[in-house]
Write a protein that binds this ligand. Structure first.
Ligand SMILES: Nc1ncnc2c1ncn2[C@@H]1O[C@H](COP(=O)(O)OP(=O)(O)OP(=O)(O)O)[C@@H](O)[C@H]1O
Length: 308
């Protein structure tokens, strides 16, 4: 799928302002941004629910628009707000959405069975959705979008309100879909979720694309790739602190009493740094290393924390 120069305004407010992106076959695009960045509006345009003011969306060369029924049939959408009938059992929800996607007869039955298995809800097929937990509803919401075996699945913040166990179950499902070769678009404001799934990441804010990179290339945007945190029995001598600050590959040091954080350009330098400390007679209480997260990258790009 390719989207070029998408624009959408609501009255005076420009929700999406010239967004371009591409989803390659079999790959997962992570679409990241804080609340109100324009992710849902972009997703609405990608799947032909929101009419464009300007720009173009093509899926395998075919334009997507609210009237392009055939092309839209190749997309599955998992909306941010649950789209389920609470008073119907899980299976009846699936049968209804399957029928809306044009499935009938034995094929509909077979697809509903597969979707229930994928959502791990086989034993709750005949229970009303109203009796389900938040995580079960989310899993069913995803299953409803997969009945027609779409090439492209678009998920708009699919883990909102989900406990960690269901979140893992959702990730297992999405990883299985990736292995089957499907393309995914995954919007979230959680960096760690996107890092786990995405082959490519687009970061948005105020309706515009701030970065469009592979996760590895995004990390390259940062001066420090990793941090080594350690606590010593006694503080670093001033001369050693100065020596460390001057080392090539050390992007910065912060200290809090005898606890230090050294930001490193290359994570591999952490080992030689620890050896150097020992050689100079320091006793290390404990230490930990951390890779720079995409959270740091967002802060670097926008000057704002992701969960503002
Ligand atoms: N139907 C609408 N009518 C008026 N304004 C809208 C509409 N839909 C979105 N907006 C506005 O467009 C901007 C972008 O909203 P959008 O929902 O696309 O952002 P988002 O990144 O998905 O945020 P969130 O993570 O909170 O869902 C916001 O300022 C929002 O208030």
């Amino acid at each position: 799928m390719s989207a070029s120069n998408l624009v959408k305004s609501y009255g005076e407010r420009r929700a999406v302002d010239g967004v371009s992106l591409r989803v390659l076959a079999g790959q997962t695009l992570g679409l990241l941004g804080p609340n109100g960045a324009g992710k849902s509006t972009t997703v609405g345009m990608l799947c032909g629910l929101v009419r464009l003011d300007a720009g173009e969306v093509l899926l395998a060369g075919e334009p997507i628009s609210p009237d392009a029924m055939r092309a839209k049939g190749r997309i599955g959408l998992v909306p941010q707000d649950l789209a389920l009938y609470e008073e119907l059992p899980a299976l009846e929800n699936l049968r209804l959405f399957g029928a809306l996607y044009g499935l009938a007869g034995a094929r509909l039955t077979e697809r509903c069975k597969a979707a229930l298995a994928l959502a791990n809800l086989e034993d709750r097929a005949r229970d009303k959705v109203a009796t389900f937990s938040g995580g079960m509803k989310r899993r069913l919401n995803i299953a409803c979008a997969l009945l027609h075996e779409p090439q492209l699945l678009i998920l708009d913040e699919p883990t909102v309100g989900v406990d960690p166990q269901s979140r893992n179950a959702i990730f297992d499902t999405l990883e299985q879909l990736k292995r089957e070769g499907r393309s995914l678009v995954y919007t979230s404001h959680y960096m760690e979720e996107v890092e786990r799934l995405a082959d490519h990441i687009v970061i948005m804010d105020h309706g515009k694309v701030l970065a469009d990179e592979s996760p590895a290339a995004l990390r390259e945007l940062l001066p420090a790739q990793a941090a080594l945190r350690f606590e010593l029995r006694e503080p670093l001598k001033e001369e050693h602190l100065e020596r460390l600050r001057g080392e090539a590959g050390v992007a910065g040091i912060s200290a809090n009493g005898t606890a230090y954080e050294v930001r490193l350009a290359d994570p591999d330098d952490a080992v030689s740094l620890l050896a150097w400390l020992e050689k100079n007679g320091y006793r290390i209480h404990h230490f930990a290393t951390a890779r720079a997260s995409l959270e740091d990258i967002f802060l670097n790009l926008t000057g704002r924390s992701l969960r503002d």
